[in-house]
Write a protein that binds this ligand. Structure first.
Ligand code: RTP
Ligand code: MG
Length: 148
């Protein structure tokens, strides 16, 4: 089963959206295999968003993601990298469809509530950046046969 990395950004945590967002992910049928509230260091932020190092918004992005705690998660499911990105919605919340997390909760591209990995390679990389293998739990969901 495929795994992805999702992270509720500092704006989502400060706005008490951990519960509503996690509820959406659980309702969808995704399985949570790891989760923690954590403070992202400047080094981790720069590594995580390394692909944007040359962009004009990089400094703001690093400042924002380190401005308060984030809620980091690893989720598992069939084709979950793509599916979770659909649930997350478009990068700019002003263009994200209603019913998506960014579409329903966000208004600006700089504070867009949540991050989701965009490929198998980035999911692997980000899971390893944020989680130790021992923090990921291997277990069965009893309702799995009603989802798949
Ligand atoms: P993320 O990596 O956070 O899940 O977002 P994404 O894939 O949808 O978008 P990406 O292109 O990877 O951009 C990373 C984050 O940078 C911020 N951003 N700001 N000011 C701007 O024009 C601008 N463009 C992007 C956003 O917070 C975006 O999530
Ligand atoms: Mg991205």
């Amino acid at each position: 089963m495929e795994r992805t990395f999702l992270m509720i950004k500092p704006d989502g945590v400060q706005r008490n959206l951990i519960g509503p967002i996690v509820a959406r992910l659980e309702n969808k049928g995704f399985k949570i295999v790891g989760a923690k509230l954590m403070q992202v260091s400047e080094d981790l932020a720069k590594t995580h968003y390394g692909e944007h190092a040359d962009k004009p918004f990089f400094g703001e992005l690093v400042d924002f993601i380190t401005s308060g705690p984030v809620f980091a998660m690893v989720l598992e499911g069939d084709n979950i990298i793509k599916t979770a990105r659909l649930v997350v919605g478009a990068t700019n919340p002003q263009e994200a469809a209603p019913g998506t997390i960014r579409g329903d909760f966000g208004l600006t591209v700089g504070k867009n509530i949540i991050h989701g990995s965009d490929s198998l390679e980035s999911a692997d990389r980000e899971i390893n950046l944020f989680f130790e293998e021992s923090e990921l739990v291997d277990y069965s969901l009893i309702n799995k046969d009603w989802i798949y």
